[in-house]
Design a protein around this ligand. Structure first.
Ligand code: AMP
Length: 282
């Protein structure tokens, strides 16, 4: 595996393969890798000739007071994991390389970015759209892989890739969980043992929703109250949002008679955790 930090070098190296007809696959990450990231890398390895992974903690997608400064890092361990997973290129640019002096461009995706994390983290998806656009322009992959753990992010990326006629197929991949149900996240490292136990309330609330649906409940407000009360019963938790939305538009659903996505954002201690599940009703 070759580690590259410069945009020009990544272009030169990857072009060699593109020119001879090799299929390029790409997995963007912010590092501190876990099995969730590695599931994307594995799929990418299976479906492409050349696998490129990026590690870049993107400042433009963090708001004031968020964890940009202390976002966990372990480049040595990440590189070893990626090497073991058969990655060809690891692209780890600096902030200055990605955003040189004079950088002035913004990308904004309206509609799909507005609710959920878009409301709680103003500007977050502008930052995501900007960095993913730049990375796709730099790597120019045939396919790029993203997790459904960040469901809204995936929908935002699909939207601007279509709108801007970008020539990359966006692949969404299932959420990888610990055996007890907690969705893997780099931010789980912020949890102490007590908070780690409480964090299970996110994934466990999906079973409560199933129970309510099986009992014939179709009122959003009823099921929302069940989920909110369940989460509040867990120490160290503070709800950011509990939202029942259409899986395509991410607009709130009126009732639970059609397929819907339950999207959760909950602070557990200082960690802001997100999780989601699609419920098939029809
Ligand atoms: P991040 O490093 O958090 O920006 O994540 C990089 C990519 O890994 C994103 O596409 C995430 O959605 C994906 N990802 C993160 N956690 C998981 C998980 N538990 N299961 C599947 N994909 C994940």
């Amino acid at each position: 595996m070759k580690i590259i930090t410069k945009i020009s070098e990544s272009r030169d190296e990857i072009n060699v393969f593109r020119c001879v007809g090799k299929r390029i696959g790409f997995v963007p990450t912010m590092g501190y890798l876990h099995e969730g990231h590695l599931s994307l890398v594995k799929k990418c390895r299976e479906e492409n000739d050349i696998v490129v992974v990026s590690i870049f903690v993107n400042p433009t997608q963090f708001g004031a007071g968020e964890d940009f400064e202390c976002y966990p890092k372990d480049l040595k361990k990440d590189a070893a994991l990626l090497q073991g997973a058969g990655v060809d290129f690891l692209f780890t640019p600096s902030v200055e390389e990605m955003y040189p002096e004079g950088f002035s461009t913004a990308i904004s995706v309206s509609g799909i970015s507005d609710g959920l994390c878009g409301s709680s983290r103003p500007g977050h998806f502008d930052g995501v759209a900007l960095v993913v656009t730049k990375l796709l322009n730099i790597i120019m992959p045939h396919k790029a892989y993203f997790g459904m753990k960040d469901y809204q992010q995936l929908q935002v990326i699909k939207r601007f890739v279509a709108d801007l006629n970008m020539n990359t197929k966006i692949i969404g991949m299932p959420i990888i969980r610990e055996t007890d149900g907690l969705a893997l996240s780099s931010r789980n490292i912020y949890l102490n043992a007590d908070e780690r136990r409480s964090a299970l309330c996110l994934s466990r609330s999906f079973a409560l929703v199933c129970e309510a649906l099986e009992g014939g409940e179709t009122e959003v407000s009823e099921v929302k109250t069940i989920v909110e009360n369940f989460i509040k019963d867990h120490p160290h938790t503070r709800i950011d949002y509990v939202q029942f939305v259409d899986p395509e538009t991410l607009k709130p659903v009126k009732d639970l008679t059609k397929d819907f996505l339950l999207a959760l954002a909950v602070y557990v201690g200082k960690a802001r955790l997100i999780d989601n599940n699609i419920f098939k009703v029809m």
